[in-house]
Design a protein around this ligand. Structure first.
Ligand SMILES: Cc1cc2nc3c(=O)[nH]c(=O)nc-3n(C[C@H](O)[C@H](O)[C@H](O)COP(=O)(O)OP(=O)(O)OC[C@H]3O[C@@H](n4cnc5c(N)ncnc54)[C@H](O)[C@@H]3O)c2cc1C
Length: 353
């Protein structure tokens, strides 16, 4: 990692946001690359950090894993459905260790500063203006350089760490707890993250979350939460690439946004590197990235429909569907396909070391 005392103003590429999407892009890049974030890398966690175990393993950050989970339960007022995840186990991981591990694989300059937008082709930050031929927006739902938040296209999640000792991953579907949303309990080695998510972007979730904690007999520590998108947004805006939540790539229904940000980030990074090396024009690179994302439109639509069902049909109907999906022949058909979505590879680690 290079220090940056005086900003060099012109770069080959600028990546805005140094969380999952930004780090996945940056670790593919070689050259004069500037990585910007308003926080130090890995210090501000917004996520429950649940993802398939193969994700940290294939990125060389297995040391970030806190707990491995072989099953997932969906609890509703009328029934509990258990999914066997053993063919593609999940894990919960330490956000800071994960992000610092990826940052160590990057050969970029990191600068902590807030980005306020693009003006005359330059990225405007608290530390001055920076230009680059290629700019990638990985700033999450705020979309700092691709036009700002998209109204009414976001879910909202709030969670807290608790001493609750639980096993497996749990989703709670209960209208009395949260209408048009879900709750979760994700064990993280020492205690569990307990949270609520609103599919319709309701952000006043602290009172119902406190009720859930009281009913579970545990106290809260500090709360964290934010918006996340629930539908695809444009993957390119003008000549700017967008990755992760900035491109609406968080999966609807399950609110899994880590894997898509890492997957599309890695693929976008590879395309950008080809452009930097002169093997592809910028226009062809933008088009290749748009085509890649377009290939996933259908599964996103299916998940969005399932999210709509979860939010708008009676919970007992949705619970019946989830129960059916947990049985043979359905589970062995869809679970491995879903669980293995977004293959990641170690090639850039080898190149960086
Ligand atoms: C409560 C909650 C729980 C969740 N749990 C899970 C889960 O268990 N598993 C899962 O897969 N997904 C989960 N998600 C969704 C997941 O967190 C996001 O989809 C994922 O973080 C998206 O990654 P990203 O890199 O695109 O954006 P982010 O992780 O949001 O990162 C954006 C980065 O940009 C920086 N930034 C923003 N604005 C600016 C600016 N103006 N200037 C400079 N820097 C800026 C931020 O500091 C941040 O580092 C959860 C979301 C929430 C809210």
């Amino acid at each position: 990692m290079l220090g940056l005392k005086m900003p060099v103003r012109d770069f080959d590429a600028i990546v805005v946001g140094a969380s999952f999407g930004g780090l996945a892009v940056a670790r593919q890049l070689r050259g004069e690359v500037l990585l910007l974030d308003r926080n130090e890398v890995g210090t501000v966690q917004t996520s429950a950090c649940g993802t398939p175990l193969w994700v940290p393993e294939s990125l060389g950050v297995r040391n970030s894993v806190l707990e491995v989970h072989d099953w997932l339960e969906i609890r509703t007022p009328t029934r509990t459905v258990r999914y066997d995840l053993s063919r593609v186990p999940f894990c919960t991981f330490d956000y800071q260790v994960f992000c610092e591990g990826l940052l160590a694989q990057c050969r970029v300059r990191f600068l902590r500063t807030s980005v306020s937008g693009i003006q005359d082709g330059a990225v405007v930050t608290g530390e001055g203006r920076f230009t680059a031929r290629i700019i990638v927006d990985c700033s999450g739902w705020r979309r700092a350089v691709t036009g700002g938040p998209e109204p009414r296209r976001h879910s909202f999640g709030l969670e807290t760490h608790t001493p609750l000792q639980d096993k497996g991953l749990t989703f709670l579907l209960d209208r009395r707890l949260i209408p048009q949303g879900l709750g979760w309990i994700f064990p993280v080695g020492q205690g569990s993250l307990v949270g609520l998510g609103s599919y319709v972007g309701r952000s006043k979730l602290k009172p119902p979350l406190e009720r859930l904690l009281r009913d579970s007999g545990v106290g809260a520590e500090s709360y964290h939460g934010t918006y996340f998108p629930n539908r695809l947004l444009p993957p390119t805006v003008g000549n700017v690439f967008a990755v992760g939540d900035a491109a609406g790539q968080c999966l609807p229904l399950t609110a899994e946004g880590i894997r898509p940000a890492l997957y599309f980030g890695g693929e976008c990074g590879r395309i950008v590197q080809r452009v930097l090396e002169g093997r592809q024009s910028l226009e062809a690179g933008l088009e290749a990235y748009r085509r890649l994302v377009a290939r996933y439109r259908r599964p996103y639509r299916v998940l969005r429909f399932a999210q709509w069902m979860a939010a708008h049909t009676p919970t007992r109907w949705f619970a019946m569907v989830t129960q059916l999906a947990a049985t043979r022949p359905f589970l062995p058909g869809w679970w491995p396909r879903y669980g293995r979505f977004g293959p990641l590879d170690r090639s850039s680690i080898t190149a960086a070391t």
